[in-house]
Design a protein around this ligand. Structure first.
Ligand code: HPA
Length: 234
């Protein structure tokens, strides 16, 4: 086991899907994987390993925000040999053309800081998705009936935002949506030469105030999980 993951070596698959919510990890594992087994419950941050179309997959909760995700991704890479890491999560739409229920593939993730800021110092590093994964996810998304957007997102440190001017600049620069994890995922993947992508469902919209009703969340999140799995194994 590692510091925050209780799995034995070998219990984590090389391909890991990372929802923020541990209960969504359980739902996705029970819905999409065969033979899913609980491999981590340290701090209630559930992780499951099973197979999808014969491929081993782990679905591990990352928690909310970059410091939490950073802990899990560091340990998944260093202690368990994770090679492909795909965040599956929700985001807030920032452009008019982005609608609730749409799927966003995050090509880049801007931020004002990440846990990696300390080593980047004066560099404004540009966290970017793995191109092969992004292409494969685009193909998987285009073959289903979802509104699809591919472009830059904003990884914020706050959900309750006291700096509306930052959001304004993001909107002005064409950023599609806001969430709280992808920039650090992409930075860690770059550092360790791993593949990473964030596949996101628009759960709410900053300008219109529209929000996905709870009853529809499952269906929309299902598209996102299937896109992530198809991209991982294309
Ligand atoms: N802000 C930050 N993260 C989010 C949001 C939001 O509005 N919606 C879903 N994740």
């Amino acid at each position: 086991m590692s510091t925050h993951i209780g799995a034995e070596p070998g219990q984590i698959a090389p391909t890991v899907l990372l929802p923020g919510d541990p209960y969504r990890a359980r739902w996705a594992a029970e819905t999409f994987l065969e033979g899913a087994e609980l491999v981590n419950d340290v701090r209630g941050m559930l992780g499951f390993t099973g197979t999808w179309k014969g491929h081993r997959v782990t679905i591990q909760g990352s928690g909310m925000g970059m410091p939490s995700l950073s802990i899990y991704v560091n340990e998944l890479i260093r202690d368990y040999g994770a090679e492909t890491l795909i965040r599956i999560g929700s985001c807030g739409g920032m452009q008019e053309k982005v609608k609730v229920r749409d799927v966003i593939l995050a090509m880049t993730a801007s931020s004002i800081s990440t846990p990696s800021r300390g080593i980047m110092k004066e560099i404004n590093f540009a966290p970017a998705a793995d191109w092969g994964l992004l292409q494969a996810a685009a193909r998987a998304a285009e073959s289903r009936e979802v509104g699809l957007h591919i472009g830059g997102i904003y990884s914020s440190d706050t959900f309750y935002d006291e700096r509306p001017d930052l959001n304004e600049q993001m909107v002005r620069h064409g950023i599609l949506a806001v969430e709280m994890e992808a920039a650090e995922l992409y930075t860690l993947a770059a550092r360790h030469a791993k593949r990473a992508l964030a596949v996101l469902t628009v759960s709410d919209h900053l300008q219109t105030g529209e929000a996905l009703p709870a009853s529809e969340r499952e269906r929309s999140f299902g598209d996102m999980v299937e896109i992530a799995l198809e991209a991982a194994f294309e």
